[in-house]
Design a binder for this molecule. Structure first.
Ligand code: ADP
Length: 259
């Protein structure tokens, strides 16, 4: 009987939080944070009580996406009160440090900061806490996936082969720590041209769906590359709040029901 390489640590749940769902990607820049924010807002629009934990310690985008800033206050205990953006409770390392301050922390500090943001924050009662994971599948990510009591993980990928290979690594990382993969989302799936109204498959198309089938994990949906998604997320008014009845919001809401 070979010894298990790593003993799974105890992962006590967080009182009041029903499900913790990670959003991850194998590499940066594929739109993981944009997807996290819009999915969280879509879950809220679908009637759930939602929180967002920005675990992307080295490149926190949640403050900008939810247009919230400032320092969280501690209540009577030493528990921090999350900030609120568009009705969603959010906590991010971005609230604790200046924007230009580089986070030059090693793994153990990242883990203790994350544990604190998870367990020493007054999240209250939530149906879902969505965790924006740091990109990649390194040691920090693995430990994080091990320490957070995750109900499951959503993998965001773009359609290109390269991004998919990285997504596959992400998938295997969660497998290693026995976290179920809830499915793959294909972001920047195709380009919707605002001028000609046409659809262009810039990065090829359907790669993530084929990959999901190959790996026997659910395919959750396709999000197009649009000016509107880029502009609204960079302006801190994600498309699900700025155009709640639009076609893009419907896509996110549909994916949210499958998570
Ligand atoms: P990641 O979290 O993977 O690093 P971000 O969510 O920060 O990626 O997205 C990177 C950039 O791409 C941002 O400027 C964002 O506005 C943009 N972006 C993400 N998804 C889309 C999309 N579907 N259409 C257009 N722009 C997008």
């Amino acid at each position: 009987q070979p010894a298990r390489e790593e003993q799974a640590p105890a992962k006590p749940g967080v009182p009041g939080i029903r499900h913790i769902v990670a959003v991850a990607s194998g590499k940066g820049g594929v739109g993981k944070s944009t997807t996290t924010a819009n999915l969280a807002l879509a879950m809220a629009a679908n009637g759930l009580r939602v929180g967002v934990l920005d675990a992307d310690i080295y490149g926190p985008s949640v403050p900008r996406l939810f247009n919230v800033s400032g320092r969280p206050e501690a209540d009577s205990g030493r528990v921090l009160k999350p900030l609120v953006g568009y009705g969603i409770k959010v906590m991010s390392m971005g609230f604790m440090v200046e924007e230009e301050t580089p986070m030059i922390w090693r793994g153990p500090m990242v883990i203790s900061a994350l544990t604190q943001m998870l367990r020493e924050v007054a999240w209250g009662d939530l149906d879902v806490l969505v965790v924006d994971m740091p990109p990649g599948t390194g040691d920090a990510q693995l430990t994080m996936a091990q320490q957070v009591p995750l109900a499951g993980a959503v993998i965001v990928s773009t359609p290109q082969d390269l991004a998919l290979i990285d997504a596959r690594k992400g998938l295997n990382m969660f497998k290693r720590v026995d976290v179920p993969v809830l499915g793959i989302v294909e972001n920047m799936s195709y380009f919707l041209c605002p001028d000609c109204g046409g659809r262009h498959d810039i990065f090829g198309h359907g790669g993530a769906r084929a990959e999901a089938e190959r790996l026997s994990v659910p395919f959750l949906g396709e999000i197009p590359l649009t000016m509107k998604i880029r502009e609204t997320s960079d302006a801190g008014t994600p498309i699900v709040v700025s155009d709640p009845e639009g076609a893009m919001a419907e896509i996110y809401k549909d994916i949210a029901t499958k998570v």
